[in-house]
Write a protein of this length. Structure first.
Lengths: 284, 326
């Protein structure tokens, strides 16, 4: 790390105190969810609720296993569905979006400004009203009740394209030209030069994409998917929650479990978003 | 590269269409564009899969909804064309829409800039820490966005009886004598909504800024210190921010879009509709018409108006961001 410029000590301490304070404030829901999952049923219902659990127990989790052991479709199927949709959707989205972002960022072809403005404009239309036309299109394509109904729209999420394009814009042209002089095709430049440089960007995109597919799998899936074989864990957990008060314990356990995967992915990717020296190949 | 059009001598009687200077320029421009396109065909190949999907699932639905806004559509029968009637009704007859408009603009004007700056400041602060600590702290700050419905905790905080945390705190210290109905009182609902939105706001833009800060070229800092940059603030303003302009633009668009589309938290926290429509936003108005009254055409018209507003705000922000670092 290069030597840091001067900054007064006081401001440093103040800023980090602020950071610490806000962090505690933001950590509340995490702490609450974790402690809720381990509370016996009488503690869940005390009002006002206590933040930390007095008599932690695993009963909620064992109850959960009991509920699932007599479901129509084996639980592992739901787990498989969720993982499949989340992973396939994320991989597809990251690759397709960055493949499309590279020409928009770096190649000068006719129509690029127009295309990009269309992309940005589409971000501003509320998703709510596009639901009905969306359903009509998906049913017209015959994809209702298949995985594609979720995967294909996921591949085309606008956020990914926008994020990748903004990052790719910053790559110095000299690197790309060096690649071209050495005879690389555009595809090779994209895959072997550009992608490694914008690593923080696609790592971030993986987080977004995974998280949105993991939790929103049910929001879209219950519009397009009817057969039990294809449903996701998220949807099933919603059904448990509608079992009423008796299920409050397992619901809390379930919320914690559902959060675990995005959090793990998050920690793993964040630790590896390291500095990339994008001028490392240049001597100027 | 632009190719020069060779000037040819004009023949007598050459006024037919397609001949003469404008006709020639049009044809050679078309030819020029086509050759550019053929030269860059790899670009189109790379973009094709994504844009195919994007067009089918994003562009076409948006165009369809835009078309729907000129119809009367109750989701059960075929849409019926009524022209500009929806828009006329929206601006002239719908009082609640005007309340919603005022609320949304106020809300966005406050939460937009604040959450944007908060995202950037926290990303900048976190960036200084070692990677493991950074990961944990980022997680903690991003947690409200991950944890789904946990903003419902705020209902406990601001519960209307004397057991709610806010009420019991204020009563213990003697600020108030009776519990305040926070979530029902029209004076406070908007403030509470703003608070909750700010709490939820360290999301997409926050992570994008963190990634962007990592991508800034380190040699520029060294060059800056040689050139006379004296302290961190100057470094921030003159080097970091201009280098991050694309990410700043991205963050701005996302924050604007989310500030204007706040609806879910309003519905879950404050009821639907909120008391006396005090916390009614444009999107809740839209959802009202779409879900409850089955007037999808009207809802589409509202969405189009919202879209125009967001577009304007975005253009203004773009101009402002261009001035960063000067």
């Amino acid at each position: 790390m290069p030597k840091r410029l001067n900054r007064s000590w006081g401001v440093d301490i103040l800023l980090f105190l602020l950071l610490g304070g806000v962090a505690c404030f933001m950590a509340l829901p995490l702490v609450f969810t974790i402690s809720n999952a381990f509370k016996p049923i009488d503690e869940i219902f005390t009002f006002p609720p206590k933040l930390f659990v007095r008599n932690p127990t695993f009963k909620n989790f064992t109850d959960l296993v009991g509920i699932f052991s007599d479901s129509w479709v084996p639980f592992s199927r739901y787990v498989f569905n969720t993982f499949f949709i989340a992973i396939a959707g994320t991989v597809g989205h990251v690759i397709l979006a960055s493949a499309a972002a590279y020409p928009l960022a770096k190649i000068r072809f006719p129509g690029r400004k127009l295309l990009f403005s269309i992309v940005v404009l589409s971000l501003m239309f509320t998703a709510y009203v596009t639901q009905v036309p969306n359903y009509m299109i998906i049913s017209y394509l015959g994809m209702i009740n298949t995985y594609w109904a979720i995967l294909l729209p996921a591949f085309g999420m606008t956020l990914g394209l926008y994020l990748m394009k903004q990052f790719m814009e910053q790559i110095p042209d000299a690197l790309l030209e060096a690649g071209k002089i050495d005879g690389a095709s555009e595809y090779r430049i994209y895959w072997q030069i550009v992608m490694p440089i914008v690593r923080p960007a696609w790592l971030t995109l993986i987080i977004f994409s995974l998280q949105s597919l993991w939790t929103n799998g049910s929001v879209t899936s219950h519009k397009f998917i009817y057969s039990e074989q294809l449903k996701t864990v998220d949807y099933v957990f919603g059904q448990i929650a509608s079992g009423g008060l008796v299920r409050t314990g397992p619901v809390a356990a379930v919320t914690l479990l559902m959060m675990l995967v995005p959090i793990t992915v998050f920690i793993v990717t964040q630790s590896s978003i390291i500095q990339t020296m994008s001028t490392s190949g240049l001597k100027e | 590269m632009k190719q020069q059009i060779a000037k040819r001598p004009v023949m007598a009687g050459a006024n037919a269409p397609g001949r003469g200077k404008p006709g020639r320029m049009l044809r050679s421009k078309a030819v020029r564009v086509w050759t550019e396109m053929k030269k860059n065909k790899h670009a189109y190949v790379l973009m094709a899969p994504y844009f195919l999907i994007f067009c089918t699932f994003t562009v076409i639905p948006v165009l369809l909804s835009f078309a729907l806004s000129f119809t009367n559509f109750n989701l059960l029968e075929q849409p019926r064309w009524i022209g500009w009637q929806n828009y006329a009704r929206l601006f002239v007859q719908d009082d609640i829409f005007l309340i919603a408009l005022k609320n949304t603009l106020l809300f966005a004007a406050i939460t937009g800039p604040i959450s944007y700056m908060a995202c950037f400041i926290f990303a900048w602060l976190i960036n200084e820490l070692p990677p493991k600590l950074r990961a944990v702290l980022t997680l903690v700050l991003y947690a409200p966005s991950i944890s789904g419905n946990t903003y419902l905790i705020w209902t406990l905080l601001f519960a209307g009886d004397s057991y709610g945390y806010a009420n019991s705190f204020l009563m213990k210290w003697g600020f108030i004598m009776e519990p305040i109905q926070w979530l029902q009182d029209t004076r406070y609902v908007l403030t509470i909504l703003i608070l909750v939105q700010l709490w939820l706001s360290l999301g997409t833009s926050f992570l994008a800024f963190i990634a962007g800060l990592q991508n800034v070229d380190r040699t520029m800092y060294e060059a800056g210190s040689i050139d006379g940059i004296r302290n961190r603030w100057q470094e921030l303003w003159f080097i970091t921010l201009p280098a991050m302009r694309p990410q700043l633009m991205f963050g701005a668009v996302i924050q604007i879009a989310s500030a204007f589309s706040v609806a879910e938290i309003s519905i879950y926290l404050l009821g639907f509709p909120s008391v006396d429509y005090a916390a009614h936003t444009i999107v809740t108005h839209l959802v009202d018409y779409g879900t409850i009254r089955f007037e999808m055409g009207y809802a589409s018209a509202i969405a189009t108006v919202l879209f125009t507003i967001m577009l304007t705000v975005n253009l203004v922000t773009q101009k402002l961001l261009g001035k960063v670092g000067e």
